[in-house]
Design a protein around this ligand. Structure first.
Ligand SMILES: [Zn+2]
Length: 280
């Protein structure tokens, strides 16, 4: 029979090695980590005036930058540029790989998969309108209250899914789809100003809400709309109801989060913002 002290007498035990590793961890964990399509929170010096990533100004909440990482962000080492009135410094962060699944969907109306030549003009005009909205926004909020999901329900399509409609590849999914019954109230995830109310070729009845600082929500496929252009709304104000207008396989809400023109995973964004909000 082996004596119980056998492990201890034979060099450093595995437990000891784990403890040494844990002490070594803070130096590693100090570098923030994100994924393509996510956001990464980086603490800022008090003197910070502006924060840039890839020459795009980033959302700031108190002494934190909420950095939007486009889906095309390369895995590896990156840095934000932090400007104060006197200096310009770089703060590093890492981007690690995330695998996005494929999703195959069947749309009965083939025209919504392969638009007619006469539809293309409308689609291009709608796309230009969206780009214009995403490039202009009201000032940064000093802080954000914890963000709420616009409807409760099962997420049926995650952000970043590589999508195929009737077998044809299309752009990665730019938001989350939350299934809910026809007519369920859709609430604003944060306070803001209504920037767009319209009916769009792919997105159906759609509302865009400017929450400030480049944070813009898009809510699509609505059955009814309860708000009007330029209306100021509070968090949880009812924007409309769940429907299946536009390119939809059934009633659900599509919710996109745009940060300074970059679409990010709304669920990662909520998790990061709400973790900070609860910590204060
Ligand atoms: Zn969607």
């Amino acid at each position: 029979m082996k004596p119980k002290s056998f492990v201890l007498t034979n060099g450093p035990s595995p437990i000891y090695r784990v403890i040494v590793y844990l002490f070594a961890l803070p130096a590693v964990a100090a570098i923030p980590v994100g994924v393509p399509g996510g956001v990464v929170e980086i603490r800022l010096p008090l003197s910070t005036k502006n924060v840039f990533f890839n020459e795009v100004q980033q959302l700031r909440l108190d002494n934190r930058a909420i950095v939007a990482l486009p889906l095309t962000t390369k895995v590896g080492d990156h840095a934000i540029i932090v400007q104060s009135s006197k200096s310009r410094t770089e703060l590093p962060f890492k981007v690690i790989a995330k695998t996005y699944r494929e999703q195959h969907l069947t749309i009965e109306n083939q025209r919504l998969v392969e638009p007619l030549p006469s539809d293309l003009e409308r689609i291009e005009a709608e796309s230009a309108l969206m780009q214009n909205v995403y490039s202009q926004f009201s000032p940064m909020p000093k802080r954000l209250r914890p963000i709420t999901r616009p409807v409760q329900g099962v997420v049926t399509s995650e952000f970043g899914f590589r999508r195929f409609f009737n077998g044809q590849p299309r752009n990665p999914h730019s938001g989350v789809d939350i299934a809910a019954e026809h007519g369920t109230a859709v609430k604003s995830p944060a306070a803001g100003v209504i920037r767009v109310v319209g009916n769009f070729f792919f997105n159906g009845n759609t509302v865009l809400v400017d929450h400030g600082g480049g944070f813009i929500s898009m809510l699509c496929h609505l059955n009814t709309v309860n708000v009007r252009h330029r209306q100021r709304i509070e968090q949880d104000s009812i924007i409309g109801t769940v429907g299946a207008t536009g390119r939809a396989t059934g009633p659900h809400l599509h919710w996109s989060v745009s940060l300074q023109g970059t679409r990010v995973d709304p669920l990662i964004f909520i998790a990061v913002i709400n973790a900070s909000a609860n910590g204060e």
